[in-house]
Design a protein around this ligand. Structure first.
Ligand SMILES: [Zn+2]
Ligand SMILES: [Zn+2]
Ligand SMILES: [Zn+2]
Length: 165
């Protein structure tokens, strides 16, 4: 026995269910807005270490070997991260994956702001955090924001215990 195959880290799965610290401020970070310092550039990078949005020029000021930088993409006119980049860090399996050019992306920001409920689409699942209609029944959230925001608000609700206990 050489221990091959015994390298599975069991705690990995549990960790992936927790919203990682770098993801918590994501809803207030404006990816794909123009940079405050370099107004002609868009911020399409996110530094997980500093928890800020960066443009190409800002990125040069961050130590790339110590700061983990993740690239954001603009897909269907909204900011997204590639699922491939997120998967090692967070469980994205219940976020609706949008496919473009062979890449799967997760939308960063809540999609359902101000969306009126549309008729005739009742067979579609609704995001658990907002009124956005998901095109896939196997997913629960339209975006990363909806998934991480929901976890934080759960505290406000009274925990309901099953009456049998
Ligand atoms: Zn940084
Ligand atoms: Zn900049
Ligand atoms: Zn949503």
């Amino acid at each position: 026995m050489t221990g091959n195959g015994a390298m599975v880290i069991l705690s990995g799965e549990d960790q992936k269910n927790v919203v990682p610290p770098w993801l918590r401020p994501i809803a207030s970070i404006k990816l794909y807005d123009s940079c405050e310092t370099h107004s002609s550039k868009e911020c399409n990078f996110y530094c997980k270490f500093c928890m800020v949005a960066l443009c190409k020029d800002c990125k040069k000021q961050h130590n790339l070997s110590e700061h983990e930088i993740i690239k954001a993409y603009k897909v269907a006119k909204v900011a997204s991260f590639r699922i491939e980049d997120l998967e090692p860090l967070w469980d994205t399996s219940d976020i609706y994956p949008y496919s473009q050019n062979g890449w799967l992306v997760a939308f960063i920001y809540k999609r359902g702001n101000g969306i009126a409920r549309s008729r005739g689409e009742s067979n579609l699942a609704e995001c658990e955090s907002c009124p956005y209609r998901l095109k896939s029944l196997s997913t629960k959230y339209c975006s990363m924001e909806c998934k991480s925001f929901r976890k934080r608000t759960r505290k406000q609700k009274n925990p309901l215990r099953a009456p049998f206990y």
